[in-house]
Write a protein that binds this ligand. Sequence first.
Ligand code: ZN
Length: 199
Amino acid sequence: MVNDGNNDYYIDYEKMARHRKINPKKVVIMIIMILVLFLFIWIVKNLLGLIFKTQEYKAQVLAVQELEKVENERKKEEERLRQLRIPKLTQEGKDNISKIYSSETKRAFLTFDDGPSSVTPTILDTLKQENIKASFFVLGSRVEALPETVKRIYEEGHYIANHGYSHSYSAIYSSPQAVLDEFNQCNEAVKKCNRCTRI
Ligand SMILES: [Zn+2]
């Protein structure tokens, strides 16, 4: 019995002890529930992350596909324009070629090898003045040295032909592959020239 000054009352210690007694089953169930809850949150979080990443990946794939499509269209258009610029072999042209040695008309075909060089602009001036088209068999090494001149040859309507890269016989004829390399190098040099700006 306890006296707090005003009232007397009993404290039921047994009851308190019963209340305080922890039921191990309930504790285990609670722990399991908490774990299940955490597991659930973890699964949901990962699932959402996975869904988000999948969406992001799909968007990236679509963007890349779209870029590829645009690039392909651009290349197609570029090729179409290039084909338009290339002179076509007409029936008239074929006939002219077959008659080249027997024709009554006397013709001379001008070709210039090993250029471009410092004299090429003078040749171009003369050709322009006389309204004559010629063929220029260029060397890749010279093309790299004088890209603007090659551009001028092209712009003034002359034919550009491949004469190898170095003109060094010992290098060119060292192997069949060396011959191919020479011609490919020259091709590359001319292609690069297409991007140079005319002075
Ligand atoms: Zn030559």
